[in-house]
Write a protein that binds this ligand. Structure first.
Ligand SMILES: *[C@@H]1O[C@H](CO)[C@@H](O)[C@H](O)[C@H]1NC(C)=O
Ligand SMILES: [Ca+2]
Length: 219
């Protein structure tokens, strides 16, 4: 009973169409190319980051560039960005610096992508579909700002806006998770939903424009 009351309070406190839902088994569909459809993800805790891990699953048949995950602060564009430049080329940005990870071409299959970054060494490690694509270094010693807008479906060039239709995502995204530490990516084979910053099973988000939630098509 006490739990129910707390739940009701929580729902009423979340304003402006923000929802907190268990998205297990579900996916966001971005069904049409647009500069208006996106989902804002709200982290469970706001904090600056010296280390983080980010995982998500996606399916698209786009061959032009598109954004998978866009994290901006008020002062810094591309604070964290996962961006596909072209089929098989994954750009990963921290603090507006980017490195590229190249994957074997396999264009029309769902992807499970995980990336971790550690400030102390600057090392970024990216895994695609359970296989490492190597390690690169960027922004050694940097701290990622905590007051962020986190957006999937569009790529931000300002704080929560300036979207480019030609970088929009069209397709499905599901099981987004983010941690404030480096998680060994070998462990991420399946079930990567419960990050302590973004937790797919207790997702705090707001969808905007033409975004549809449906049962996921792929594991
Ligand atoms: C980040 O990771 C390093 C180890 O690489 C650790 O020493 C440091 O305390 C971590 N920072 C935070 C804020 O957790
Ligand atoms: Ca940008």
């Amino acid at each position: 009973m006490a739990k129910l009351i707390v739940g009701a309070l929580l729902l009423s406190v979340l304003t402006g169409g923000v929802a907190q839902l268990d998205m297990k088994g579900k996916a966001f569909i971005f069904p049409q190319e647009s500069a208006t459809a996106y989902v804002s993800l709200i982290p469970q805790v706001k904090k600056s980051l010296q280390n983080f891990t980010l995982c998500l699953k996606a399916f698209t048949d786009l061959t032009r560039p598109y954004s998978l995950f866009s994290y901006n602060t008020k002062t810094r564009d591309n604070e964290i960005l996962l961006f596909v430049e072209k089929v098989g080329e994954y750009m990963f940005y921290v603090g507006n610096s980017g490195v590229i990870f190249k994957a074997p071409l396999n264009p029309y299959a769902p992807i499970h992508i995980c990336v971790s970054w550690e400030s102390a060494s600057g090392i970024a490690e990216l895994w695609l579909n359970g296989k490492p694509l190597g390690r690169k270094g960027l922004k050694k010693g940097y701290t990622v700002g905590g007051e962020a807008k986190i957006i999937i479906g569009q790529e931000q060039d300002s704080f929560g806006g300036r979207f480019d239709i030609k970088q929009s995502f069209v397709g499905d995204i599901w099981e987004v998770a983010m941690w404030d530490h480096v998680v060994p990516l070998k462990m991420m084979d399946d079930g990567c939903h419960s990050g302590n910053l973004i937790n797919w099973q207790s997702l705090i988000f707001k969808d905007n424009g033409y975004v549809v939630t449906k049962p996921k098509l792929w594991d």
